[in-house]
Ligand binder design. Structure first.
Ligand code: ADP
Ligand code: MG
Length: 359
């Protein structure tokens, strides 16, 4: 007993000197992947998890950025047509996941949209409306089926593109980063945490007081306003919206989510899409999980629009829920979120539920 009390006393002394607390909070805010990110974790392991998170996001950006000339994505994009480019297993794995999300969304999400995104100036911030002939020429090469990913589980993973093609993981990389953050928190034994990677939210466990994390769904038309709040624990919640990145020309707004069918910013009648899925505990670190899925689907459902998105959700092929905000002032919430979504009083929106069977 004496020895036990002495140990407790030593621990207490150590903690008062080092500032550690068993429920201690550790947090960081940083800029990466072209956006602001923050992470807050609680308890033992929180401090190291937070600093590892920052390093991990930097590592992923160096690997996956399209604008960094020394990234693997740049190596793929600058390779000769039809010639395989050697990549890491990790990059091949993410491209493989991106490929299958392109396939399953029938090309609404398309990893080969890169040249079109560039033509609009979204990679350089030198915005412009491309001419139709220029867009038509670029659209010829937009076709994810032309991307060949081989050897994904071997040390000789490689990626081959067709003539004129380039890949863009901008619509999925932050979601993948949130999967990697989940793995880091797990490895550090952190049970409560919240990470926000530029619209990609991951919440782990509950808040320290035992209540669910509250994740606001932004009002696309009212900066700082919300259409509602989600109460979540152990979940990913990813939002894509035309209001997040855009430019204006001749009184018209052009945003950064491109419809691969037209080459123009998607005009599907939606102003934002939030996808929610289980905060899966990754068995194998550095492999795509639900964070990646949410990111791909938030972009894809935005392109698809209300009806096709609802149909896709109803197919039940993937386990996720969603909140759609429409241009005509409605907020559509899938029934799996009914008990988690709180409407915002006085938002001016009409609220509807999307059920498994269409009404
Ligand atoms: P954000 O990156 O602002 O969180 P998204 O996840 O919706 O938003 O991703 C948008 C990014 O994805 C664009 O900046 C572009 O790089 C890329 N992108 C745009 N349209 C598509 C598309 N149809 N399919 C795949 N990627 C896209
Ligand atoms: Mg996305």
């Amino acid at each position: 007993m004496k020895r036990f009390l002495a140990a407790v006393f030593c621990m207490a002394l150590f903690c008062s000197l080092t500032g550690c607390k068993s429920t201690g909070e550790s947090s960081a805010e940083f800029y990466a992947m072209d956006t602001t990110m923050n992470v807050t974790a609680y308890g033992t392991g929180a401090k190291s998890a937070v600093s590892e998170t920052q390093a991990e996001v930097d590592r992923l950006e160096a690997l996956l950025s399209r604008t960094r000339s020394d990234s693997e994505v740049s190596a793929i994009n600058s390779g000769a047509a039809d010639a395989p480019v050697a990549v890491s297993i990790e990059t091949a794995g993410l491209l493989n996941a991106a490929w299958s999300y392109s396939h399953t969304t029938n090309g609404a999400f398309d990893i080969t949209i890169a040249p079109v995104v560039s033509a609009w100036g979204f990679t350089t911030d030198h915005y412009q409306v491309p001419t139709q002939p220029a867009l038509d020429a670029l659209l010829n090469a937009v076709d994810y089926t032309g991307v060949l990913v081989e050897g994904i589980s071997s040390s000789s993973a490689r990626v081959t593109l067709r003539k004129g093609q380039a890949v863009d993981l901008g619509g999925i990389a932050k979601g993948y980063a949130s999967d990697c953050v989940e793995a880091i928190l797990s490895e550090n034994g952190v049970e409560r945490a919240m990470a926000s990677l530029g619209g990609n939210i991951y919440v782990r466990g509950t808040k320290p007081d035992g209540s669910a994390w509250r994740v606001g769904v932004q009002d696309p038309d009212r900066s700082g306003g919300f259409v509602g709040v989600l109460s979540l624990s152990d979940a990913f919640a990813v939002t894509s919206g035309g209001y997040q990145r855009y430019f204006e020309q001749d009184g018209k707004r052009y945003h950064h989510i491109i419809d691969p069918a037209t080459g123009y910013p998607a005009e599907s009648g939606l102003t934002s899409v939030t996808i929610v899925a289980d905060g899966n505990k990754t068995e194998t670190p550095n492999t795509p999980g639900n964070g990646t899925m949410c990111d791909a689907f938030s972009t894809a459902m935005f392109v698809m629009g209300e009806e096709k998105a609802a149909e896709f959700w109803r197919s039940g092929a993937y386990n996720f829920q969603m909140v759609l905000v429409t241009e005509d002032g409605r907020v559509l919430v899938t029934d799996g979120l009914a008990d988690k979504f709180e409407q915002e009083d006085g938002s001016g929106y009409a609220y509807e539920t999307i059920s498994r069977t269409p009404s």
